[in-house]
Design a protein around this ligand. Structure first.
Ligand SMILES: CC(C)(COP(=O)(O)OP(=O)(O)OC[C@H]1O[C@@H](n2cnc3c(N)ncnc32)[C@H](O)[C@@H]1OP(=O)(O)O)[C@@H](O)C(=O)NCCC(=O)NCCS
Length: 181
């Protein structure tokens, strides 16, 4: 899959180093786990989980994003299944040197288009901590709109958990109308 500046591909067992590098920046992990991910977790949990989704949910999963010009790894974009077979959840995680270039919005728009055109989905959602303003801006710029706010209990809450979690969403008809406009 390609957009103007990015190419997406599946991760393989050879990508441990890329994933460890991405998750080793505490600023990247701030609203996710609040700590870096160890190599052991990437090898034993993160990467096997990604490979399993490719097998179990054709067309879905977490995809490595690279600059078309030069091939530099910028991070990942993902489409995950939800409880509703016609809805997918979009997500993204970019290394810090790739922030501020519009890549997250570009990749998210690409996956939303893919979800509606290739996968035949009716709805795309995304969620994050309410305080993750950069992520919420990506959701808005990608055409999604605020859908709901809720509170979850965590045994070890991250700073900002008290403000809740937010979901943004776009449905097929709204997306199609936006395309015609
Ligand atoms: C969330 C995250 C992907 C957002 O990245 P981002 O760089 O802010 O978002 P975009 O790629 O859409 O870039 C938008 C910025 O690029 C700028 N930009 C520069 N060139 C651009 C171009 N050619 N096209 C569009 N925007 C451009 C925009 O003006 C905007 O700048 P601003 O932040 O000063 O307003 C990033 O912060 C991240 O990976 N965070 C860690 C992981 C995470 O929290 N993920 C979400 C969990 S749900």
């Amino acid at each position: 899959m390609e957009s103007g500046r990015l190419g997406l591909r599946r991760f393989t067992g050879a990508d441990v180093g890329l994933l460890v590098g991405l998750d080793s920046d505490v600023e990247v992990m701030r609203f996710l786990t609040g700590r870096v991910t160890s190599r052991e977790e990437v090898v034993g949990v993160v990467l096997p989980g990604m490979l399993r989704v490719y097998d179990e949910h054709p067309g879905l999963g977490t995809f490595a994003a690279e600059e078309k010009d030069g091939g530099a790894f910028v991070g990942w974009f993902g489409l995950q299944p939800t409880d509703d077979a016609t809805t997918v959840d979009v997500g993204y995680r970019l290394n810090r040197k790739s922030w501020g270039k519009g890549y997250a919005t570009e990749g998210t728009r690409m996956l939303i288009e893919y979800a509606f055109t290739e996968l035949g989905m009716e709805r795309v959602v995304a969620d994050t901590m309410a305080v993750n303003h950069r992520s919420r801006a990506v959701m808005r710029r990608s055409g999604m709109r605020f859908a709901r706010l809720w509170h979850e209990h965590f045994d070890e809450p991250l700073p900002g958990t008290e403000f809740g979690e937010v979901e943004y969403a776009i449905d097929r008809r709204t997306w199609e109308a936006g395309r015609r406009a």
